[in-house]
Ligand binder design. Sequence first.
Ligand SMILES: *[C@@H]1O[C@H](CO)[C@@H](O)[C@H](O)[C@H]1NC(C)=O
Ligand SMILES: *[C@@H]1O[C@H](CO)[C@@H](O)[C@H](O)[C@H]1NC(C)=O
Ligand SMILES: *[C@@H]1O[C@H](CO)[C@@H](O)[C@H](O)[C@H]1NC(C)=O
Ligand SMILES: *[C@@H]1O[C@H](CO)[C@@H](O)[C@H](O)[C@H]1NC(C)=O
Length: 413
Amino acid sequence: MARELHYSSKKSGASTSSIAPRLLISLLCLASLLLCFSLFRNDVASPSLTYSAAPEKINGNCNHSDGRWIYDHSVRSPPRYDQTCKEIFKGWNCIAGNKSNAIDILKWRWKPYGCNLAPFEPLQFLENFRDTNIGFVGDSLNRNMFVSLFCTLKQFSAEVKKWRPVGADRGFTFVKYNLTIAYHRTNLLARYGRWSASSSGGMLESLGYKEGYRIDVDLPDGTWAEAPSFHDILVFNTGHWWWAPSKFDPVKSPMLFFEKGVPVTPPIAPDAGLDKVLTHMVSYVQKIARPNAILFFRTQSPRHFEGGDWDQGGSCPRLQPLVPQEVEQFFSVEKNGTNVETRLVNQHLEKALRGSNFKILDITHLSEFRADAHPSTAGGKRHDDCMHWCLPGLTDTWNDLFIAHLNGIKLRN
Ligand SMILES: *[C@@H]1O[C@H](CO)[C@@H](O)[C@H](O)[C@H]1NC(C)=O
Ligand SMILES: *[C@@H]1O[C@H](CO)[C@@H](O)[C@H](O)[C@H]1NC(C)=O
Ligand SMILES: *[C@@H]1O[C@H](CO)[C@@H](O)[C@H](O)[C@H]1NC(C)=O
Ligand SMILES: *[C@@H]1O[C@H](CO)[C@@H](O)[C@H](O)[C@H]1NC(C)=O
């Protein structure tokens, strides 16, 4: 009885037919607070109840990236994986690192307006995606997401074979299901390396350049160049390194862009270089991807430095998500805050992906709230880490969104 009611209240989400079941729920709540509590707990403890209701809506009217975080006191079950998962990089292991809110982070649940985000069911996922290869291609934030998926699946299918597809940083096959997931590390997507002036001169030398980084906008990094011919599903990202003056110092070691092997002249700024790289990489992937490949580009992951950037003593001491007004202060492009690059990167992505086969995995806005979910000082770091995410933690929700998208696609095919 309770299950039926619960199911219909979820399913009705945004539609007008929701009034009747909602009314019924409200009456029941009035009549019995106890029952209401148990309904609420079911919501958390039995994700299977909601599973079939949500996926087809992912591409419907409901925008899963538009919503709010709700604190669930009732979360009693253990996290979907814990600090013993060996793939968790020490600096991200907030439970083992004794971060004071490491468990509290997990009690916040993302609630899109007008529908529900189905928590994903690992066993069903493993069944549905037998004989499949999934590649994460990008910077350490994509590794953070990869580790979350690995640890989740490992809880349900412990027999794992470690191996790496060509160029991959790490990879694993869940043997029972012949499902492989791999992480391909690349900072800029394009190939790059140190450049210094040649004594025999050249275009850049004549403009006074002595040192820098050569970035070939039309050549994929070797770590993932083969990945699209191997994986059935790919999740790309890039962003943080394009706004990293500590490495690509605009004066001492600027980004120098090359196309077809020759310098782009006049030299262009990093944001114009990013546009070129994205255009080339999107077309490269589409050209060599497997026939039925599913391609995702993940939007930018926000950082939450306050009181300065990472190398200026910036920190992220908050124990609660930001409220909407704070989100605007942190990320509004007009206010040029410490973490302004987040939305700027997304503008470039949207432009480059328009008209392509890529689906956008939009995790930015929901992540913007989560100033509380970074490792900060956990694990004894020299600088606060307000860029990566505690695991278990926020990237579990990114995977919920990713899997919900995938299930939506599978259902339609
Ligand atoms: C979905 O919501 C997010 C966050 O509010 C917003 O940035 C995005 O533009 C929305 N997407 C669509 C397709 O409306
Ligand atoms: C975390 O706390 C436990 C128990 O108090 C302690 O044994 C451990 O050394 C601490 N870990 C770190 C990284 O501080
Ligand atoms: C595992 O999956 C791959 C496709 O990703 C397939 O080519 C291969 O034959 C499968 N292996 C087995 C033993 O089924
Ligand atoms: C934004 O702030 C940075 C330093 O925080 C500064 O270097 C840059 O010039 C500012 N940009 C604009 C458009 O105000």
